[in-house]
Ligand binder design. Structure first.
Ligand SMILES: [Zn+2]
Ligand SMILES: [Zn+2]
Length: 389
């Protein structure tokens, strides 16, 4: 029986799993009930389970019945966000202030669906490692992917190739998008602390105005993307927080600016860091304020390996109605990039239908589209079984 026919038969079970997860969302590293549900479902399908890698991470291992030693890793993320859900359907969140607003409930249910199918058929060579990762939303070096790697994920469960996916609102159901090379950006963060002695707002000449200094810095940061980096090499420098001052008549002694830098190429990434430091140093000299920069490299660029992207494209083309092989890259970051740093593999996007009426990622009105299951689970299973003769 074709993969998709069998998976379509238990579509209702996947929807039930997804609705259960959606109704019971848990924040990063607090996915205890979610991890328990995943482990129990894997065990019920005869899959070996290891819990507790990377905090609440769960690993399932399944061996195929065909000759071969290939180990293929499939990854889903499990965590929810600190958002109060505004939907009122039956499976809305029961946990106040916590919500599956990024569709990780759908990713987890889809991978469980693929695991169930593969455990029934075992029509593949070698082994498949199901990676249920916590804390994707926390991300960066503290996030679930980096932590699972630090805690020996790939020493305990070696993988020759890795695959993952994310739902994409605004892309039609039944559509898959993947491309070789950089697909999602690197993400770094900066904190600029500007200090002086502070003074009366009516006597600005008695000190250094840190508010005005902050204004100069925020404007000058934009010259990094506009003038320091090749315009064809995409980059974003965004100041996202400004903190300072609490009176009408006081020029404060400290202002803090925080922000993020997104890039694709190592050259742009490095130039941007140097640019932030240079801008701050120059304006500090110009105004006389004391300025310090703390700059953290947080996410690597997500790079799809050529061979793995081709395998994903092949597997997708037998499942999806349409496969886009040259989608626009995004400046959004994804912590699966840590896993792809040292492994060939690939990350793709699966259509989640229209993005109207708040059906966008991280919105209080978002909901994973249950029509996407069939495609996602069949895609994962097809990747493991390989091209059919
Ligand atoms: Zn998210
Ligand atoms: Zn997400």
């Amino acid at each position: 029986m074709p993969i998709s026919n069998r998976i379509a038969e238990f579509r209702d079970d996947m929807i039930r799993w997804r609705h259960h997860l959606h109704a019971n969302p848990e924040l990063s590293y607090q996915e205890h009930e979610t991890a328990g549900f995943v482990a129990e479902t894997l065990r019920a399908n005869g899959i070996e389970v290891t819990e507790g890698i990377g905090g609440t991470g769960v690993i399932g291992v399944l061996h195929g019945s065909r000759e071969g030693a290939r180990s293929i890793g499939l990854r889903a993320d499990m965590d929810a966000l600190a958002i109060e859900e505004r939907n009122d359907f039956a499976h809305r969140s029961k946990n106040k202030g916590v919500m599956h607003a990024c569709g990780h409930d759908g990713h987890t249910a889809m991978l469980l669906g693929a695991a169930r199918y593969l455990s029934e058929t075992r029509n593949f060579a070698g082994q498949v490692v199901f990676i249920f990762q916590p804390a994707e939303e926390m991300g960066g070096t503290d996030g679930g992917a980096a932590r699972m790697i630090r805690e020996g994920l790939f020493e305990k469960f070696p993988c020759d190739e890795l695959y993952g996916l994310h739902n994409w609102p605004g892309m039609d159901i039944g559509t898959f998008a993947v491309k070789a090379g950089p697909m999602m950006a690197s993400g770094d963060s900066f904190e600029i602390t500007i200090s002086s002695t502070g003074m009366h707002a009516a006597q600005p000449h008695k000190g250094v105005d840190v508010i005005l200094t902050a204004g100069h810095i925020i404007v000058a940061l934009q010259q990094i993307s506009a003038r320091n980096i090749d315009p064809l090499d995409a980059i974003v420098v965004s100041a996202t927080q400004v903190h300072g001052g609490d009176a009408y008549n006081v020029l404060p002694n400290t202002v803090t600016i925080r922000g993020t830098v997104r890039a694709f190429s190592p050259t742009a990434r490095k130039s941007a860091e140097m640019g932030v430091r240079r801008v701050v140093e120059g304006i500090s000299l110009a105004t006389g304020a004391q300025c310090d920069v703390s700059y953290l490299q947080q996410y690597p660029t997500l790079i799809n390996a050529d061979g793995a992207a081709r395998s994903a494209e092949l597997a997708a083309s037998s499942v999806f109605n349409r496969v886009e092989t040259n989608p626009s890259q995004t400046m959004i970051v994804e912590d699966f990039a840590f896993m792809l740093e040292n492994h060939p593999g690939c990350y793709g996007w699966i259509g989640n239908g229209p993005d109207d009426n708040g059906r966008i990622l991280h919105s209080a009105w978002y909901d994973f589209n249950d029509d996407a299951f069939f495609y996602g689970a069949s895609f994962f299973a097809g990747l493991v079984e390989g091209p059919r003769s």
